[in-house]
Write a protein that binds this ligand. Sequence first.
Ligand code: GLY
Ligand code: MN
Length: 462
Amino acid sequence: MFNKETYIRRRDKLRKMMGKGIVLLPGNVDSPMNYKSNIYRFRQDSNFLYFFGLDQQGLAGVIDAESGEDILFGDDFTLDDIVWMGPQPTLKERSAKAGVGKTAAFARLEEFLKKARQDGRKIHFLPPYRAENKLQLESLLEIRPDVQAEEASEELIRAVVAIRSVKEAQEVAEIEKAADVTQLMHTTAMKMARPGVYEREIAGVVEGIALSHGGMLAYPLILSVHGETLHNHSHDNKLEEGHLLLMDGGAETPMHYAADYTRTTPVGGRFNEKQRMIYEIVLQAETRAINAIKPGVTNKGLHLLAANVIASGLKDLGLIKGDPEQAVEQGAYALFMPHGLGHMIGLDVHDMEDLGEDFVGYDEEVKRSKMFGLGALRLGRKLQENFVITVEPGIYFIPELIRQWEEEKKFTEFINYAEVKSYVGTGGIRIEDDVLVTGDGYRVLGKPIPKAPDDIERLMNE
Ligand code: GLY
Ligand code: MN
């Protein structure tokens, strides 16, 4: 974890923004896979990590906005726990690392919150996303799980989003560590992308790289020759000459900061002509969007910039006809890119998505579009210095979507369906990097991962 001053400073900032009431931040507990003691790998809640830093089960943090007091609720290990799981620092020792002076047994939390409510104090909590925490919150606050999201404190959500959106230098350094492990994951996958190899063989090695660096994957690996399925988590296909292998994968550091990079690789080491032409358009879109990053520009604007590059590139190839700017304005381009340009990244790969996408990505000035494609953009609002974002345009040939739009005669003034259908089978191409917004521009984080076609081919044929 970071030093204790970090957590004290963050909690004080939150306290000041809240002004009144009590902030309750429960940590996560273990979740069973198939019976109680056979558990998924533990992942701490990111908000708890941000304000209390402790990466163990069974803790809850309380920040009193008025008294200035912080309390850590939890329990020391019993002798039985020690026999099975080994010795652990005491609750007092752990709370000292987070700069929290006061601790109490977990069982005391219920009575503490009851008394606070009797005293007419508001308990602010965030929308819970795990069943275990929903049940716990129900017994602590007597709020049914199905209404907890709407009862969550908007004031707290807005304060946490404002604080966590702007990354500290030490957080950027952590994201960059995750990016460096991710670079090794991607370059290894590129070298393994040979005909006859199964996707799962590469997926296993890639996940092993993340694990061997002490963390885990930041999200389930997307690695498929069917890159046209945006979040394809199956790894059962055999790679063949002529396939494109799309890998969207990122490591998480032991402190749980994420990276999220995508590369698309020609199986066997050479792009064919059609693949290269489409790839170059995506690369142009990514490069142009990254080059335009600076404080004050909206991410919605960057999305539309990338969409325009894609539309005019596809017009040059004869897949789009008419005015490409109109094809973007009216949403026809989304046949090829039905997702958003990117999102914030930090302790979560989609940073703070548990708090609500619109609180994180939109504001009074920039509202979420209802259009297909643009409506999937997670981050639309103005960028600020020290935001860390992903930039991830793509072009996909999704047979079912193409078929449906053609049957509906949708956008026939912009889409040359006969030509588009000749590209079905090309799959999907996405290129993604993680980028820090600096005072006057941007910095792409991590060791470079080859992305120009010649550089990818060179690495694959080394
Ligand atoms: N890495 C997957 C996504 O950004 O949705
Ligand atoms: Mn992403």
